[in-house]
Ligand binder design. Structure first.
Ligand SMILES: [Zn+2]
Length: 74
């Protein structure tokens, strides 16, 4: 039995015009675009960038999120 596709996991990030990148990952470009539309400030522009499963941003975010959780805990 084979399960699912073995495609590499493509996901999407929002890159804002001030060159900061939103850490949230989106499964589809449409999701990222609509989320960006909601978060967007006036006059701010963005591009949606696609990443595969070897995404440094996600790895960085995960390690940062974990260390933040540890710090927050009292
Ligand atoms: Zn990513």
């Amino acid at each position: 039995m084979e399960r699912g596709s073995s495609k590499s996991e493509i996901h999407y990030h929002i890159r804002w015009s001030d060159s900061s990148i939103d850490w949230m990952a989106f499964a589809t470009k449409e999701e990222a675009t609509s989320a960006a539309g909601e978060m967007r400030k006036p006059n701010e522009t963005y591009v949606i960038i696609g990443c595969d499963d070897n995404c440094e941003r996600c790895k960085l975010f995960e390690s940062e999120a974990i260390s933040r959780l540890k710090v927050k805990r009292r």
